[in-house]
Design a protein around this ligand. Structure first.
Ligand SMILES: O=P(O)(O)OC[C@H]1O[C@H](OP(=O)(O)OP(=O)(O)O)[C@H](O)[C@@H]1O
Ligand SMILES: NC(=O)CC[C@H](N)C(=O)O
Ligand SMILES: [Mg+2]
Length: 502
């Protein structure tokens, strides 16, 4: 998951895009970028680092223009080199820049096609640069000097026919406008909204999560449907079109578990409320399967599990206490690139308040257990703080299978629950008792109040990949290419062939 944003405004959009990326920072901490367009010229700034580190005042001053797009990156393909920071650029046709959240599963075939049939050159190993070239080729093949919305939507249909995987995209066509589109299963999220300027004009924004619209004073119009595209012209006219032949809703359920901010509304569902229902269902499971429990206190593992832990404690009728204090200057550990960094960060990030643990049977609650980095250390910290018994609860089911649609979990063997029973995981992490949410309960927690959400991409829990093209051979290939050890090898840095960027 990365964060994407695009704005067509009535005055310079650089500051608004910067603010939007700051709000979306939880979706990617590795690199950030913004490109704006002014009188047919593009202005780009992108690099590795957090938003606040990448953009200095001199960069902001250069980013002139009333429309632009931005990106915060968490790599799932290629390398984490700054050459793969987004947005990406191609000069033909029109000058197109693109920012992508997701991951393509047929990128090897597409790369071949781009070179052999489309006669295009791609200079990095990023799937997003491939996606940009597919879109550019489809738009070029319309053969128009001045593209209309019909041409843009036809190009998106071409992308849907060729690309497989998860993708939520914003792309800027220099001199024409900004297009946003979503893959035909709606795996990755994307919304759009509007705000009125004091002069009575309307500005439009496209973003990964509604919280970015909220914070910038835009009102949410709606989510893009799976397969749908929205095109906003530079002069502020908005068009939408369904561009896929057989679209179906199967959004990634992990957005609700961990990725998204709780104050976002996704596909009509409040992430906050979905997490509360996860907590309630966990409490019901404990009451059902362990009615004689002796839990003295429920303690969340900050940050993401707070919402479900509070609700779980309430429904269990057990005290809720904040037993861990989080260092507000440390970001999310799960989306850090290497295991060494992740491990170190847990200790730096969380510290126990001993008096909440001493002599008690504590139930620690996290939103999920993925590699087990967090829970192993946290359980040890709880014991060191004097807990009598340490129980552990996960608001998501066991993560047993890789993700291939935009979350960096490529290697089954790095997942602590892969091929292991709940008891085996409990032993490995050192818990006296471990409880996972049932998948049906998670699905109900997210979808029960929604008519359109009957299906989700739950591949990390059940191994069923919604795009139908993911088999063992593919999984072995990405595991070999992207496991932690492989990523740790020094990458052959791609040269930056790009717009001026300093
Ligand atoms: O089993 P693991 O591999 O450790 O992954 C799971 C943990 O990682 C995430 O926390 P993170 O620190 O990324 O973010 P948060 O502050 O939003 O909870 C998640 O909330 C779990 O705590
Ligand atoms: N997490 C994402 O959405 C990543 C987007 C893209 N696959 C990249 O690696 O840059
Ligand atoms: Mg966490």
């Amino acid at each position: 998951m990365c964060g994407i944003a695009g704005i067509v405004g009535k005055s310079n959009v650089n500051q608004a895009l910067y603010d939007a990326l700051t709000v979306l920072q939880h979706r990617g901490q590795d690199a950030a970028g913004i490109v704006t367009s002014h009188e047919g010229r593009l202005f780009l700034r992108k690099d590795n680092g957090l938003v606040r580190d990448v953009f200095q005042q001199r960069h902001m001053q250069r980013l002139a223009g009333r429309m632009g797009i931005g990106h915060v990156r968490y790599p799932t393909a290629g390398s984490s080199s700054s050459a793969e920071a987004q947005p990406f650029y191609v000069n033909s046709p029109y000058g197109i820049t693109l920012a992508h959240n997701g991951n393509l599963t047929n990128v090897e075939q597409l790369s071949r096609e781009i070179y052999e049939s489309d006669l295009r050159h791609v200079n990095t190993t990023s799937d997003s640069e491939v996606l940009l070239n597919v879109f550019a080729h489809e738009l070029a093949s319309r053969g128009k000097l001045r593209p209309t919305e019909e041409d843009v939507f036809a190009a998106v249909s071409g992308v849907h026919q060729r690309c497989i995987g998860g993708y939520a995209v914003v792309a800027m066509i220099t001199g024409y406008g900004i297009v946003g589109f979503r893959d035909p299963h709606g795996i990755r999220p994307i919304v759009f909204g509007q705000r009125h300027t004091d002069e009575g004009g309307v500005e439009y924004m496209i973003a990964s999560e509604s919280v970015a619209l909220d914070v910038l004073g835009f009102t949410l119009i709606r989510d893009l449907e799976p397969g749908e595209a929205v095109f906003i012209t530079e002069d502020g006219r908005l068009f939408t079109r369904q561009c896929a032949e057989n679209p179906s809703y199967a959004p990634c359920i992990f957005e609700h578990v961990y990725l998204a901010r709780p104050d976002s509304i996704m596909d009509g569902v409040s992430v906050y409320k979905a997490r509360m229902r996860m907590g309630q269902k966990l409490a019901e499971k404990i009451q059902r399967e362990w009615p004689e429990h002796d839990i003295d206190v429920v303690i969340p593992i900050p940050d993401t599990s707070r919402t479900s832990a509070l609700e779980m404690a309430h429904h269990l009728g057990v005290k809720f206490r904040e037993g861990f204090v989080k260092n507000r200057y440390i970001g999310r550990t799960f989306i850090m690139p290497g295991q060494k960094e992740r491990k170190k960060s847990v200790r730096q990030k969380l510290n126990a308040i001993d008096l909440e643990f001493r002599g008690k049977n504590v139930m620690l609650v996290d939103d999920s257990i993925v590699r087990g980095t967090t829970c192993k250390q946290i359980i040890q910290m709880a014991r060191e703080a004097g807990a009598k018994k340490v129980y552990f609860c996960s608001a998501a089911p066991a993560v047993r299978y890789p993700n291939v649609y935009g979350i960096d979990m490529p290697s089954a063997h790095e997942l602590i629950a892969h091929g292991r029973s709940t008891e085996e995981v409990a032993q490995l992490i050192g818990a006296d008792h471990l409880i996972y949410q049932d998948l049906d309960d998670l699905i109900d927690a997210v979808g029960e109040k929604s008519k359109k959400l009957q299906q989700f991409d739950c591949a990390v829990f059940d191994g069923k990949y919604i795009t139908g093209d993911v088999n063992d051979v593919y999984l072995q290939r990405i595991e070999a290419a992207r496991n932690d050890a492989a990523k740790g090898m020094s990458p052959v840095a791609s040269a930056v062939i790009d717009l001026h960027n300093d």
